[in-house]
Design a binder for this molecule. Structure first.
Ligand SMILES: Cc1ncc(COP(=O)(O)O)c(C=O)c1O
Length: 413
């Protein structure tokens, strides 16, 4: 479809949709709110101390460098690392690509990479691309709740292994992996194997201390902590060798050339600071709302399955459920009419209408994956928001099921 035709149909959709009387935004997996203080910090930096290029030798350049360094110090202190160990990118996707492709490009001899089978596509795709360069990519199986098979991991580590990549928190089903246990297995086998964790969905949801975790590489994304879009970061432990995978004019950082998005980074640092300082309160608040939503749906709607673990080992913001005999995309549209915004699977998956690889990997059938809704709670949601979702969701499911060609067996008979 031509871009202009697509725009026309989207404009028509917006016009015919109308403004719902109440809105609850739960599509924070894909993108969402910004913390007001982070937005203000971004605006201020654009207007004043972060408008220049940090590597240029004049007053505005020096002030910009200082601003960048102060923001980096805040992030470094939140995750307990040195400011020099943080490399900025413009997204979590770029940080993951740099971790995978950058370590492969720097490797002299090792040609084997292990990734969990439920990683974000920004880990899976760059890893799979490396097969063309002679790399062996092994996907670590997971159980039905998404926890990686530690025996499999242990058996497949050898002197050929360059890197192991496992996300600290799964973006779709909220599985909180035991990264420290994974680290122990790897370090016991071979101290030289690099450990990467995609921590985009972990920051602000679980305690993250780079020294305690003892990983070599960790990816972050600003918008996943309610900071501005357009900023990502890769923690690269001192001494770890990566090669740049994009090339251009050098700025302050060799691994990701191009001018840093200083206002965005300042906003990101504010968001990280907020999430770090309020971690305990945020987590208990989100868990309460999460469990109210999960239990409320299970009480009100039949034929529903919770995807991922229940309780402490599930990210506090994550609700992912499959509504059987329902098409997830249709349900997102139906809920949108009531002002409830959710996604079905991940953004990239829903755009191409393919079932989520994460749900299929944990054993969901195609139709169960297609009927899934992903809802992400923030520390800014209220009990009333959740109760509103519980009020409108059962009716929406009923309406979509009434037009679905697939019915529960006893209703067909
Ligand atoms: C676990 C995880 N990794 C990577 C990404 C990609 O981050 P970004 O949207 O900043 O490219 C996301 C985004 O949703 C994510 O959830």
């Amino acid at each position: 479809m031509a871009y202009s035709d697509l725009l026309r149909s989207v404009s028509e959709l917006i016009e015919s949709h109308g403004m719902p009387k109440r809105e609850v935004y739960l599509d924070n997996e894909n993108s969402g709110v910004i913390i007001p203080e982070a937005l203000k910090a971004l605006e201020d930096a654009y207007k004043r101390d972060g408008r220049g290029h940090p590597s240029i030798t004049h007053l505005i350049g020096w002030i910009s460098y200082q601003t960048l360094y102060q923001a980096t110090s805040k992030i470094a202190s939140a995750i307990n690392c040195k400011p020099e160990e943080i490399i900025y990118t413009h997204s979590g996707t770029e940080a993951n690509n740099l971790a995978i492709a950058g370590s492969a490009a720097a490797s002299q001899r090792r040609r084997k990479i292990l990734i969990s089978s439920i990683e974000h596509l920004s880990v899976i795709f760059p890893a799979e691309k490396l097969k063309k360069n002679g790399f062996k990519i092994i996907k670590i199986p997971v159980d039905k709740e998404g926890f990686v098979d530690l025996d499999f991991l242990s058996k497949h580590l050898d002197e050929e292994t360059l890197l192991v990549s496992v996300a600290a928190v799964n973006h779709e089903i909220g599985t909180v992996q035991d990264i420290r246990a994974i680290r122990d297995i790897i370090r016991d086998k071979d101290e030289e194997i690099l450990i990467h964790t995609d921590a985009c969905d972990a920051l602000g949801r679980i305690p993250l201390d780079m020294k305690k975790l003892d990983v070599d590489l960790a990816s972050f994304s600003s918008h996943k902590v309610y900071g501005p879009k357009g900023v990502g970061a890769l923690y690269v432990r001192e001494g770890v060798k990566l090669e740049p995978i994009i090339h251009g004019q050098l700025s302050t950082q060799k691994l990701w050339p191009g001018v840093e998005n200083i206002p965005g980074i300042v906003g990101f640092s504010k968001a990280v600071e907020f999430m770090h300082n309020n971690l305990e309160g945020n987590v208990s608040r989100m868990m309460k709302l999460r469990d109210r939503l999960i239990n409320g749906i299970l009480e009100r709607v039949d034929h529903v399955i919770l995807n991922g673990p229940y309780g402490e080992k599930r990210a506090p913001d994550n609700v992912n459920m499959s509504f059987l005999y329902c098409e997830g995309e249709a349900l997102t549209v139906e809920l949108s009419l009531s002002g409830v915004y959710v996604s079905s699977g991940s953004a990239c998956t829903s755009r191409v209408l393919e079932p989520s690889h994460v749900l299929l990997t944990i054993g969901r059938k195609h139709e169960e994956a297609h009927g899934s809704l992903l809802m992400k709670i923030t520390p800014f949601h209220t009990l009333e928001d959740i109760d509103y979702v519980l009020e409108v969701l059962p009716g929406a499911v009923k309406r979509i099921r009434s037009i679905s060609p697939i019915k529960p067996l006893k209703e067909v008979r």
